[in-house]
Design a protein around this ligand. Structure first.
Ligand code: PMP
Length: 361
């Protein structure tokens, strides 16, 4: 079997050993005579998997005891609403730092729930090519929270430092760079991330939330939308997406086996450096629209001399089993997503193809 070189922006590739384990265990999970998908979410077999997945997130990221690790549904898009429903009370305002299409969506959705402010935006003609500087942030010292998007999936920018937001709770949408390396969880009040880029299939959003923040959250909202509900029920208030969480368990237990997030970061940096070097080495043909200090290691965005050449590039690459290279429909261009499970060999293959294509074009 020849596996594709998968550069999809999400859902994205998963590590082969995690998939093979699922294949081995699919019909008979640990001698129970049935698949994990067929088990009750309240039974012992599934509960062990569920708790192992949560424990692995905790261990790999050194999540402090003072934080909940939650597995929720509805994707990061639901978090755009759930966050202000819980943490933006009447009479308060929340600050949003706009760095791309997803942070705009988070801001707009929060505006339907309460009062929001733009603390900074780096949009020029609706395009974002950089992360703001600290001195560009105009923060409300009384903000209920400050929201940032740590990696901008569409535009290919990423924060490589953390903004100083004073005593306001810092909240991050980490959907497209969650667990690409270790980070200091204690710097954030809450982090949320869809699983489908770095750590599993779609269907789960991981939330890390400071316990005291959740305890003080609004209680006058529907039960299912309260973080406190899910925290009190170990993310089993309603029927959990058991197969997705099982696969997260497989991915993270494999991640631990190969050396944890330090090894993942080493691989991710090597992949990103190789691809950006290929772009920079041929400035007459390839152009990276993103400012250098804001470049993302997860989504590498670049342009070719014409849209016609970009179309040909994507089509010819697909013939060689390199998939997912077309930029987002709103931005165009080329985007190669180099999430945790993309092997170095796929990036090498892409870089060789780029060199050859530039020569022929
Ligand atoms: N935030 C970011 C940074 C994303 O990349 C995405 C998905 N690409 C979302 C939010 C939305 O996630 P979902 O589709 O899971 O709701």
């Amino acid at each position: 079997m020849a596996r594709a070189h998968n550069f999809n922006a999400g859902p994205a590739g998963l590590p082969l050993p995690a998939l093979e384990r699922a294949q081995r265990e699919l019909l008979d999970f640990e001698g129970t005579g049935m698949s994990i998908i067929e088990h009750s979410h309240r039974g012992k077999a599934y509960e062990a998997v569920h708790n192992e997945a949560i424990a692995l997130v905790r261990e790999l990221l050194s999540v402090p005891e003072s934080y909940h690790v939650l597995f929720l549904q509805g994707g990061a898009s639901q978090q755009f609403a759930m966050l202000p429903m819980n943490l933006l009370p009447a009479g308060k305002s929340a600050d949003y730092i706009l760095t791309g299409g997803w942070s705009e969506k988070a801001y707009e959705e929060a505006g339907r729930v309460g009062t929001v402010r733009v603390a900074a935006t780096t949009a020029v003609d609706k395009r974002y090519t950089r992360i703001p500087r600290q001195d560009e942030l105009t923060l409300d010292p009384a903000a209920a929270y400050v929201h940032m998007t740590s990696n901008n999936t569409l535009f290919g920018t990423q924060w490589h430092w953390l903004p100083d937001v004073g005593s306001a709770p810092l909240i991050a949408d980490m959907s497209s760079d969650f667990m690409w390396r270790r980070f200091d969880v204690s710097k954030f009040a809450l982090v949320y991330a869809g699983a489908q880029k770095n750590i599993g299939p779609s269907g789960v959003v991981v939330v890390l939330a400071k316990k005291e923040l959740i305890d003080g959250a609004r209680k006058d909202i529907p039960t299912i939308f309260r973080y406190a509900t899910h925290a009190a029920n170990n993310s089993l208030y309603n029927t959990a997406p058991t197969f997705s969480i099982y696969l997260i368990r497989n991915v993270l237990s494999y991640t631990k086996e190969i050396g944890g997030l330090d090894e993942i970061e080493r691989q991710n940096r090597k992949k990103g450096e190789l691809l950006y070097a290929a772009i920079d080495q041929n400035p007459d043909f390839f152009r990276a629209p993103v400012e250098r200090e804001s470049r993302s290691f997860m989504n590498v965005v670049f342009r070719l001399p014409s849209e016609e050449l970009e179309k040909r590039f994507v089509a010819e690459a697909a013939k060689e089993r390199m998939v997912g290279l077309a930029g987002h429909r709103s931005t165009g261009g080329i985007r190669a997503s180099l999430y945790n499970a993309v092997p170095f060999s796929s990036v090498k293959r892409l870089v060789d193809f780029m060199k050859d294509f530039a020569k022929r074009a």
